[in-house]
Write a protein that binds this ligand. Sequence first.
Ligand code: ACM
Length: 511
Amino acid sequence: MSLPAVVPAPASIEAGSGAPFRLTSATSVSGDADAAAALAATLTARTGLTPAAPSTGSGTDESAGIELRIAAGGAPESYRITVDEASIVVTGADAAGLFYGVQTLGQLVARDGGDWVVPAVAIEDAPRFAYRGVMLDVARHFHGVDTVKGYIDRASSLKLNALHLHLTDDQGWRIQLASRPELTEKASGTAIGGDPGGFYTKDDYREIVEYAASRHMIVVPEVDMPGHTHAVGLAYPELAEDPVISDHMREIVDVYGGGALPEPGVPFEALAVGFSSLKIHDEATYDFVADVFGELAAMTPGPYLHFGGDESLATADDDFAYFVTRVSALIADLGKTPVAWHEAGSAKDVADTTIGQYWGYVTPQEGFAAKAQTFVDNGASLILSPADAIYLDMKYPSGPELGLTWANGPTSVQDAYSWEPADVVPGVGDEGILGVEAPLWTETIRTAADIDTMVFPRVAAAAEAGWSPRTGESDLRTWESFRARVGALGPLWTSMGIGFHPSEEIPWVTE
Ligand code: ACM
């Protein structure tokens, strides 16, 4: 008997021999109310059925239909599902585990002629890594609260539990801060290519954080520095060095257009990177950093504050190390865990708790692994975002014109899938890996539909790298299995309104 398709692949799944459970308008859902609401949303979208409330008493009668419950004791975020002809029982070790069990159950629902069924099955499941993220760049193009909420729904359905928001860059500052109101007043109005800008008010940010929490996701805010800070100079010219224009930059602006070369005090609307820097030896810079991260710490319930640190090509190496050391210590002193792109590992005195986010290739370029190693040597760990696998803004080999190609050319769905986290940074195995995150940079990504097309189906590969057993430890962790399982999700994704790229690599099921 073939196994039902679940993505990311569960730790253990066994097909039952009996008849499936039949969903009808009389099927009742009992138990945890939040999980029941999440299930109702999925079931109604997928089948049109609205589950009934339990008709009798206690809510523990398994024969009543679908029972959703929390039973402490298992691994964090773990769950079990048993389905037979008479009942479906989903048990989470915690609220997140139960939510993930519900997501799996949504994937199990299948058509049987004119009916809806859930095949008999037993699943036991728990994540491999604690951190499973997506990143959305809202600086190059701004994406409003509704789009972000939609992204949270989509990501959490694949058991991703972190939304990293890249809130600032050369092209704009997107988060309102009471301590520094000039940032959004003077530096949020534009985006790449003359497109409109925008920013989140403090209420918007709170709404995003609360919505994410309701889907068991944390928000990781990033304020990128000391490079990627041209927008800061629009609000605070005294904190910004003049742009450093390289030949490479001239070439990028020539090829990609979008806007003119950067000038102090003028919004930057092109794509190039690596020209801006905060002033490193001016105490006013650290007053600014303290205000920004102090306020973000108070606004952000999750443990992480990301300070960027990538591509600071206009900052001298010694200055960069000094800055990274100071800013990481400042964030640690706020009681938060600093996160930085792996370049910050060139500063050997980076705060010991700092998590490094590796964005080199699956096979690291010269020098990249050594920088990533610093965080592990310090006793902290890595988030893996290999750019030639799970940078979701890389072009597909065929299909939409959206995206860039700098990370080893276009990225197929198979490229996104075909890597093993413990084999990326030599010597860094599971104990040195906090998790996996798939970034979406938005130089060319302007709308919610653009996001869907670039993210789906490739984000499912990142979700599987973050959640599922390591390659070689499960028969399901192969490209052939993955492509078939993802193909089976087509109707569910369509019912959720996801405009996925219908990649020809995937055998899409239409119903
Ligand atoms: C990055 O792609 N510059 C982190």
